[in-house]
Design a protein around this ligand. Structure first.
Ligand code: HAM
Length: 428
């Protein structure tokens, strides 16, 4: 085994056998849920015409500074940034900026529009860990490029709702808002600053800074007293007056009308501005009241300005991402891997031979590896929740037979091996 060089930090103090704070091991018992979520995503996104993209887990830091925005908590305090060869690199805190970079760099802008992409994988944010909030977490996300009109907004939201429905997630709430285009923000900035000026001294440091740099981001503050202030009737009335342009209003109205037509319930939350800087017009979040303080399971929106922010040719985009760990905590346990046949035998070579034949038929089969007596092997088959135990002892082998025990009703029958294999139709 190689040893750490004497000067390396890891040689100074032996690290305990502990995972870093804010990370999780996904253990085999939970994996059934993960596979179920991922398989459902692949199936459903495929039906909507999405293809998968895999981008690096780290990118140049400037991608996030320019894309996610320097006024955001993510860029300000949550990025895992490191230097290598005079370059600053960052573990991806989110997926959208990297997907846009990959789309542009690989010439995908020339593809017929819309281009629909999905991704899944780990993200990293140096946040204060708590229930539902990790430093390494996983996202599944979708992005649609090239469509300016509101039906792309509608379809992405519909895809998200259909996805949660397919997984049987109960009691979700969809909140949407229209934050307008950058050109509408001047009206917001002026009005909101006037409204907030008398309260400036009582606001948190972040909000005071954002008052100057980007007042809309004040609405994303998590400090309870500031949050309460932004819920006051005077603020709500200001937000209800809608500072956005007629085009933005019409776009958002079309989104709302289509959602209503599709029977997707939603509420408009005028305080919803999202934690990333690249959004314009439609933003949305899907929350669950089973998640505690970190109640957002999915968030997204339109980002027609992101490509330009990254120095690429203008291209409209919209998408969302969901937190897999949060979703896992909301769905029913799928952890028991189904097993069709458990082979009970004291003849390993023959048992493995039968296992290969069963796998060839498309069913699952495990061979007992304990080497215990038949009674204990049968008990193990029960614990493993197999549907059938296949008993293959010396006498069965000599007579070219198998004894099959149905573990659901206890019935047991012997068959010739050929008949047994011929009647297996494959799969569950
Ligand atoms: P986001 O709202 O920052 O959006 O993250 C999306 C989801 O990731 C959240 O709703 C939450 O479920 C999960 N999540 C975020 N941070 C954590 C954490 N520290 N621990 C556990 N789960 C977390 C985005 O990342 C955008 N890129 C979404 C998007 C795609 N917008 C357009 N396209």
């Amino acid at each position: 085994m190689s040893q750490a060089p004497a000067s390396s930090p890891s040689s100074k103090k032996a690290q305990p056998l502990q995972r870093p704070k804010g990370t999780q091991d996904v253990l085999p018992g939970e994996m059934g849920k993960w596979h179920h979520i991922e398989a459902t995503a692949r199936r459903l996104f495929g039906q909507y015409g999405y293809s998968e993209i895999r981008t690096p887990v780290f990118e140049y830091t400037s991608l996030y500074e320019r894309g996610v925005g320097e006024e955001t908590d993510i860029v300000n305090k949550e990025m895992y940034t490191f230097e290598k060869g005079e370059r600053l690199l960052t573990l991806r805190p989110e997926g959208t900026a990297g997907v846009v970079r990959g789309f542009v760099e690989n010439g995908m802008s020339r593809m017929p529009k819309p281009v629909k992409l999905y991704y899944m994988g780990p993200m990293f944010r140096y946040e204060r860990p708590q229930a539902g909030r990790q430093r390494q977490f996983h996202q599944i996300g979708v992005e649609i490029f090239g469509i300016e009109g509101p039906m792309a907004d509608v379809e992405t939201i519909l895809t998200a709702m259909r996805f949660f429905e397919a997984l049987g997630v109960p009691n979700l709430a969809l909140e949407i808002n229209n934050i307008g285009d950058p050109s509408c923000r001047e009206r917001f900035r002026e009005g909101f600053r006037k409204l907030m000026k008398p309260h400036l001294d009582s606001l948190c440091e972040n909000c005071r800074r954002r008052y100057d740099t980007n007042p809309m981001r004040m609405l994303d503050c998590k400090v309870p007293t500031d949050k309460a202030l932004y819920q006051q009737p005077e603020v709500q009335q200001f937000l209800a007056e809608d500072f956005t342009s007629d085009e933005c209003k019409a776009h958002f109205q079309a989104v709302q009308d289509a959602l209503t037509g599709l029977g997707i319930p939603f509420t408009r939350n005028p305080n919803l501005v999202r934690g990333l800087d690249y959004y314009n017009r439609t933003v949305f979040e899907i929350t669950s009241n089973h998640l505690g303080a970190q109640n957002a399971v999915c968030g997204g929106g339109r980002y027609d300005i992101l490509f330009e922010k990254l120095g690429a040719a203008t291209m409209p985009g919209i998408g969302w991402a969901l937190g897999v760990e949060r979703l896992v905590s909301l769905i029913e346990d799928q952890s028991i891997q189904p097993l069709d046949y458990y082979i009970v035998s004291d003849q390993p070579a023959a048992a493995f031979g039968l296992q290969q034949e069963l796998h060839g038929k498309g069913v699952s089969a495990e061979v007992d590896l304990t080497g215990k007596g038949f009674g204990k092997q049968l008990a193990a088959a029960g614990k493993r929740q197999a549907r059938f135990a296949v008993i293959l002892g010396e006498s069965e082998i000599q007579e070219n037979q198998v004894t099959v025990k149905n573990l659901e009703n206890g019935e047991q029958e012997s068959h010739s091996r050929e008949v047994f294999l011929a009647q297996i139709s494959g799969g569950r």
